[in-house]
Write a protein that binds this ligand. Structure first.
Ligand SMILES: *Cc1c(COP(=O)(O)O)cnc(C)c1O
Length: 285
């Protein structure tokens, strides 16, 4: 069962008092033990659409540690969809804990080499999938598409306090786009965990040119996707000790580190109310 609305937790710290800013964490990691945060928000209307089309099979894409693959597999089990995961890279045994979990939930895998993976949306590949699995509802990597934005918007609508800034972690940018669209009058900062180029273009493609209330901060990627440093590890430990909130190493810890660091550097004017979204991503094997 999905538990929404998710709570808002006020963060107390000397830094915040000294800088006269307030910080709340939207605990969207609490939607479900397995199907958390933005991955649930992005799936919700995709699942609804698949049902409308009377399609019982979901086919989606991701890397061998993908939170989206993890959440889709769990959602498939919970909501009675067959799930197929097209996975980037050769099958490496033993499976990653993500894929082992997904398999346990009933997901079937198709492995594509890193050189084949870019062709995953080609007609010939999709035809091949169709003849193998029958009709399916296709959800892109990270769950990011038009249906995703609607679900993310609902998450933002749950925030009942007045705020000026929303902070989110960022991979594909679907969450940032959904947030920006939901609160046109506020400023939304996406903290990128990737080194990749072209992120701005991706956001514009998702929400169009009409929105200018978002920015991408690229200063806190800590070396890129799934890269860690000792500094980040100790930040996760101390944040949990002080506030009782567990952050994962790929997205939410980098975002929260960035928010705290910007606060300490007086990036936000005194009196700013900030909401940081805990988008989940705590994979439990
Ligand atoms: C996938 C994920 C993100 C990134 O979301 P995008 O919509 O792809 O930008 C952020 N936080 C967590 C915990 C995630 O799992």
């Amino acid at each position: 069962m999905i538990t929404v609305p998710t709570p808002l937790q006020k963060i107390e710290s000397e830094l915040l008092t000294a800088k006269s800013v307030t910080l709340y964490v939207k605990r969207d990691d609490l939607t479900h033990f397995y199907i958390q945060g933005n991955k649930w928000r992005k799936l919700k209307y995709n699942l609804e659409r698949a049902r409308e089309l009377k399609c019982n099979t979901l086919l989606t894409f991701g890397g061998p540690k993908s939170n989206h693959i993890y959440a889709t597999a769990a959602a498939g089990k919970e909501f009675s969809f067959k799930t197929i995961g097209v996975i980037r890279g050769y099958e490496n045994l033993p499976l990653t804990s993500t894929l082992a979990f997904a398999k346990e939930q009933g997901m079937e895998f198709v492995f594509l080499s890193k050189s084949e993976y870019p062709n995953r949306f080609s007609d010939s590949f999709l035809e091949q999938m169709k003849s193998r699995f029958g009709d399916f509802f296709m959800i892109p990597d990270g769950g990011t598409n038009e249906y995703a934005l609607k679900g993310v918007g609902e998450m933002v609508d749950e925030i009942e306090i007045d705020f000026a800034v929303l902070a989110v972690g960022m991979g594909t940018g679907g969450t940032l786009a959904g947030c920006a669209k939901a609160v046109p009058g506020k400023s939304v900062i996406g903290f990128s965990s990737l080194l990749g180029e072209g992120l701005d273009e991706d956001i514009k493609k998702l929400i169009g040119e009409d929105y200018s209330n978002w920015t991408i901060n690229k200063d806190y990627h800590f070396g890129g996707y799934a890269k860690m440093t000792g500094e980040l590890t100790s930040f996760i430990t101390s944040f949990q000790a002080e506030h009782g909130i567990l952050l994962e190493p790929v997205y939410t810890s980098k975002m929260m580190f960035g928010v705290m660091d910007l606060i300490s550097k007086d990036y936000f004017p005194k009196g700013t109310n900030i909401v940081a979204i805990h988008t989940g991503g705590l994979q439990r094997a």
